[in-house]
Design a protein. Structure first.
Length: 258
């Protein structure tokens, strides 16, 4: 049976009340889908809505994660949140290195390396995002860019098992544009990522989940998720509606058992 992780990145959307409504609606739809154990669902609200989301999905088989965190455990870092704080809230995962963090907040591979190691030390699962810009794709730099994001971001990372790390391939040109990568484009990069993960981690790299993100929606979910190295999705816009998020979960359920 194939394993999938279907993750919603809510970005800067939802007050706690909105999060409660959305998370409850997702939980209700998921109840009808009855996903097999090999299909996991995760929602990543803004920090201030994590508590409300956790309450809404308690006991309903939906994981909750954060969208970022700091690399230090504590200190004078006004406005920041430490990994242990995220963990103590009840989160299981932390998205790191999203292209919006890289682009608007200047996050570099070396900073992300520190964050990844801090998150792993806390027993949280980092979802490390990689992906090329449109210019880099046009210049045929995609594989080289993704390689350096992986090699630099995962430097000196020790993994106890494949389940401790998730990679998300998010081509920057596909994020929020409605223009998803084709399933062949996604598979080509996912296969390259799989190869780099095996170089870095050995046999463990074979089992690490690699999610696709960038205009993933019900209409293209099944085709993308059917590709052999696409192990789930990191979904923005379509994760903000329970119907469309549930339709993507349903596509994963269908593929997992087929
Ligand atoms: P969209 O699904 O809105 O393109 O966003 C993808 C994304 O950035 C998920 O992290």
């Amino acid at each position: 049976m194939r394993s999938y992780l279907i993750a919603g990145n809510w970005k800067m959307h939802t007050t706690p009340a909105d999060a409660k409504t959305l998370a409850s609606a997702i939980a209700e739809k998921q109840m009808f889908l009855k996903p097999p154990h090999s299909v996991q669902t995760l929602i990543c609200p803004p920090y201030t809505s994590i508590g409300a989301a956790l309450e809404a999905v308690a006991g309903k088989g939906i994981l909750v994660g954060a969208q970022d965190c700091h690399s230090e455990a504590k200190g004078a870092f006004t406005g920041e949140i430490a990994p242990n704080m995220v963990k103590a809230c009840g989160c299981s995962h932390v998205i790191l290195g999203h292209s919006e963090r890289r682009q608007y907040f200047g996050e570099t591979n070396s900073l992300l390396n520190q964050k990844i190691r801090a998150v792993l030390n806390e027993g949280l699962v980092p979802i490390y995002c990689v992906g090329e810009t449109l210019l880099e794709r046009k210049q045929e730099q995609t594989i080289a860019v993704v390689r350096s994001q992986l090699v630099d971001g995962l430097k000196d990372v020790v993994l106890q098992s494949a389940s401790k790390l998730v990679i998300a391939y998010e081509p920057v040109w596909a994020i929020g544009t409605g223009l998803a990568a084709t399933s062949d484009q996604a598979q080509e990069v996912h296969a390259a990522i799989r190869g780099f993960l095996k170089e870095i981690f050995g046999a463990v790299g074979e089992q690490i989940l690699i999610l696709y993100g960038g205009s993933l929606k019900p209409e293209n979910a099944e085709e993308l998720l059917a590709k052999p190295d696409v192990n789930g999705g990191l979904i923005g816009g379509a994760a903000l509606q329970a119907d469309s998020f549930a339709a993507i979960i349903a596509a994963a359920c269908k593929l997992a058992v087929s």
